[in-house]
Design a protein around this ligand. Sequence first.
Ligand SMILES: Cc1cc2nc3c(=O)[nH]c(=O)nc-3n(C[C@H](O)[C@H](O)[C@H](O)COP(=O)(O)O)c2cc1C
Length: 141
Amino acid sequence: MKKVSIIYWSEYGNVELLATSIAKGAKDAGAAVVLKRVQEATVEDVTSADAVAFGSPSMDNNKVEQTEMEPFLKEFKLLPSNNKPTVLFGSFGWDDGAFMVNFKNIMSDYNFNVIGDVTVKETPNELELKKAEELGALLAK
Ligand SMILES: Cc1cc2nc3c(=O)[nH]c(=O)nc-3n(C[C@H](O)[C@H](O)[C@H](O)COP(=O)(O)O)c2cc1C
């Protein structure tokens, strides 16, 4: 059974909705899923997983959330992430997804294999939640 860890930061719940849909897709496809806010996540949640998903809103001038999410991700800069299949997800208010370009570059630099992403404006709609679910299923493969 594949282990999929989904780790996210969310204040108002938009990113959390995407996280929940990714988790559902991965579970329905047979994976063992760890779903955690970054505040509760550990490095081992990532290193022990076969595949991972990271989520954040666009914050602080179109960046990944800077006080908790970014420092957590930075821990992997010097750790082997073995090209793990990775999905990135997030929500923005006005940047039209520019933060996701930066997010993808950072995670590729840290040697994660980004196989998909979903980026939404504020609250995800049904179609976007479906896409998140499909990405969860992809991580379970
Ligand atoms: C303090 C704060 C800073 C934000 N900064 C940005 C920003 O720089 N660029 C942007 O496009 N949206 C920005 N937003 C909008 C959020 O990215 C957007 O509302 C997102 O859906 C919030 O996700 P959440 O509901 O999971 O917390 C900001 C929101 C807040 C509250």
